[in-house]
Design a protein around this ligand. Structure first.
Ligand SMILES: [Zn+2]
Length: 108
């Protein structure tokens, strides 16, 4: 294994503090933190909904309901669509590109 040791990047505490504060106080950082929080809250609720299914069959039905609901959501920016739905061409062939992989009707 090639293990190398790089020289440490030295910075003053003041510069480091200023750079972190600028990053932390940016509107995008706050918005993305909010986006992370609401996605995580939704994920937690969806997992709880899945887990409270009484039987394996019921939990699988819930999984499929969740998958279907999520693949119905999309956001469009010009020609590009941001969605978990599989990307298909006119002949219904899947066209999603690596690293995306289609599993069970969802592209991840
Ligand atoms: Zn896909």
């Amino acid at each position: 294994m090639a293990n190398i040791k790089l020289p440490a990047v030295r910075m003053t505490r003041e510069i480091c503090r200023k750079e972190i504060d600028e990053w932390a106080n940016s509107e995008d950082t706050r918005n993305l933190a909010f986006l992370d929080a609401i996605c995580q809250a939704f994920q937690n609720m969806v997992k709880e909904y899945y887990r409270t299914g009484l039987t394996p069959d019921n939990r699988f039905e819930r999984l499929d309901d969740i998958r279907r609901a999520l693949t119905e959501i999309g956001f469009k920016d010009g020609e590009k669509i941001f969605t978990l739905a599989p990307k298909v061409d006119a002949e219904e062939r899947k066209t999603c590109t690596p690293p995306l992989v289609c599993k069970c009707g969802a592209c991840e």
